[in-house]
Design a protein around this ligand. Structure first.
Ligand SMILES: Cc1cc2nc3c(=O)[nH]c(=O)nc-3n(C[C@H](O)[C@H](O)[C@H](O)COP(=O)(O)O)c2cc1C
Length: 141
């Protein structure tokens, strides 16, 4: 089964409370683990940006349920591509919270001061996520 990478951007809905992020991450990690899906999620109080990697069928399955989730809106696909290997293979879903996304990193990968994933290209989004995970996790990948 071919391996794919998917990156999307979305906005949190007003009803959803940030304090619920931990249970969202936990459920996501458990479900991704069962489906051999790996990736990472950035959240900056307003926007989400997430990368999912895995077999095409499993990534599509998870992405379909994510798009139906009422906790966020305006889900927009930034990248969908076939890949030879995973970039986030050691993470069921690595979480990069706002406080750990540095200003330096946002400015380096976009033309603005605050993270706005809708303004990113597919390559820019991937480079940003890889660097954010690398800098905050101590991972070598
Ligand atoms: C921003 C965001 C990211 C999510 N990421 C994942 C994820 O990586 N994996 C996952 O299984 N569910 C994720 N979810 C939860 C799914 O949308 C969904 O609630 C859960 O998978 C259960 O799906 P089901 O109701 O179709 O069974 C995410 C939800 C949101 C709002």
């Amino acid at each position: 089964m071919p391996l794919v990478r998917l990156i999307y951007a979305s906005k949190k809905t007003d009803e959803w409370k940030e304090s619920e992020i931990e249970s969202l991450i936990k459920t996501s990690q458990e479900r991704n683990h069962r489906h051999l899906v790996t990736g990472c999620l950035c959240f900056n109080r307003k926007y989400f940006m997430q990368c999912l990697e895995g077999s095409r069928a499993q990534v599509n399955l998870i992405y379909n349920s994510i798009t139906r989730d009422k906790r966020h809106k305006e889900v927009e696909l930034l990248c969908y591509q076939y890949i030879d290997e995973r970039d986030f293979g050691e993470w069921d879903m690595y979480y990069v919270p706002d406080s750990r996304i540095t200003q330096e990193l946002i400015q380096r990968f976009s033309g603005v001061n605050d993270l706005d994933p809708y303004l990113m290209t597919n390559a820019g989004a991937l480079s940003f996520l890889k660097e954010a995970v690398k800098q905050t996790s101590g991972s070598k990948s």
